[in-house]
Design a protein around this ligand. Sequence first.
Ligand code: SF4
Length: 181
Amino acid sequence: MLVRGYELRLQMPKCSPFAERSSATALLLNDIGAVLPYLNAVLPEARYAPNAPALTFGLDGHHVAIWPREILVSSCTGEEEARAVLDEVSRLVNETWERRDEIEPDHRGFEELTALEALRLLPGTNCRRCGETACLPFAMKLVSRQADIAACQPLFEPGCEGKCEELLGELAARGYRNSGT
Ligand code: SF4
């Protein structure tokens, strides 16, 4: 059994169309990173980011992201639903790991986000509140995983909900770990 247990944490995302829903994070007791290329092979819709490393996919209306020591599940109504989804993900991980001798691992990664794509989804005011001289250098650091999206506070303020939701979705789909989700 690869997933041997986890500690559960629930948190409210900073911007979400489901304000009453929370994200669940399972802090894993052991490293499961070796299973990611096998999951990438068996889940046709999964997006694998070898550099993170992380793998993301949709499951019953939830966004699931798996890192070596963590599993995140979006849009949970509470602990009961979070545990049910996490148990299903754990089952998938364990079954895939048990069958790994029959599976050809897929190490190919999902297309990375470019700085210009990220720039399009930032507020674009060049206000410098993130500590950078403008939005473009922040976007460049963001896509190279050297900056946290939470540093762009204007993105989380009223008027930017659409961009915020889309950018967090693009980052989450590629396994970016940041405190904005
Ligand atoms: S805080 Fe956000 S809007 Fe302001 S310069 Fe930085 S990236 Fe641009």
